[in-house]
Design a binder for this molecule. Structure first.
Ligand SMILES: [Zn+2]
Length: 296
């Protein structure tokens, strides 16, 4: 089998795995591989990724223009999103896009997978942020993805799905598996009501491991704790991890303490019964009335 035939059947195999694992429904998702300086091999539009054949694939240039393919086959509707990844990242050799239900759930809830929870995820993917919503198959979605692909190999797409980038096809596919597996574990921990996080010191130790073992990553983990996405450095991977010189594992309540700098944080929930709330309001009204009288 020559290299082109091998890649075509690898795409078929990766599509079959995406479908078998429930990462896609109907004709969702798309897969592409860089096969030359200005050539991509990708899945065609409107096919189930679970039932593809090697001859269905199309070849495009880096502008997404069809170069060759079986009669009637067109490039994937999400080609634009793939193109931006290849343009921004010369090291990327393959892109996989799917709608895995757990990661997409996080993307719908607006919760990024950016907490330091699993050492393996920190060393391989770093953090998995959420790109803003953009209408699928339009340049809007490609533009939303562009700022994130520079420093991340995995990201969530708001109210849509997930995107994984790799040096080759299977590297990209395994990253998609890791994203969904991480989402599953994060969901279980949160349902159980407790999520102990790796301390910032431990996360920085993991960054050293990346360096020592030559684990390829588009960017380093940000050295300082992130206090908010708006202030995040766009050139490093933001990972939420509480600082703790002693403990390697820190309960996530430490996060809230850090954020609120003592006392009850403004984001924290308090619960009052209707009677308690009524009493509280009456007390405040009485106090205000008393103040008003004293002022006269
Ligand atoms: Zn999609």
């Amino acid at each position: 089998m020559n290299a082109d035939d091998q890649l075509r059947s690898d795409i078929v195999e990766v599509g079959r795995r995406l479908w078998t694992r429930g990462f896609v429904a109907s004709n969702d998702g798309n897969i592409s591989v860089r096969i030359g300086p200005d050539r991509l091999l990708m899945t065609p539009a409107s096919v189930s990724k679970g039932f593809m054949a090697p001859e269905m694939m199309v070849v495009t240039d880096l502008d997404g223009t069809l170069v060759s393919g079986a009669p009637g086959r067109k490039p994937s509707s999400e080609a634009l999103m793939h193109l931006v990844a290849y343009r921004e990242r010369p090291d990327v050799g393959a892109v996989v896009h799917a709608h895995p239900p757990l990661s997409t759930g996080f993307a719908v809830a607006g919760i990024p997978l950016d907490r330091a929870v699993l050492a393996e995820v920190v060393t391989t993917l770093g953090s998995i942020p959420i790109a803003d919503y953009g209408t699928p198959s339009t340049p809007e979605l490609a533009a939303a993805v562009a700022p994130y692909v520079k420093v991340h190999d995995g990201l969530l797409l708001a109210n849509h799905g997930a995107l994984a980038l790799g040096k080759d096809l299977f590297a990209a596919y395994y990253k998609m598996e890791t994203i969904e597996h991480f989402a599953r574990i994060s969901l279980v921990a949160r349902l159980l009501g407790r999520e102990r996080l790796l301390s910032r010191e431990e996360v920085l130790r993991l960054q050293e491991l990346r360096d020592r073992y030559g684990i390829a990553s588009p960017a380093e983990i940000c050295a300082t704790p992130a206090s908010g996405a708006a202030e995040a450095d766009p050139n490093c991977q933001v990972i939420v991890a509480p600082s703790s010189p002693g403990a390697r594992l820190v309960p996530d309540t430490a996060l809230r303490r850090e954020a609120s700098s003592g006392g009850v944080g403004t984001d924290e929930e308090i619960r009052l019964t209707y009677a308690e709330l009524t009493t509280l309001i009456e007390e405040v009204v009485d106090e205000m009335t008393a103040d008003a009288k004293a002022a006269r």
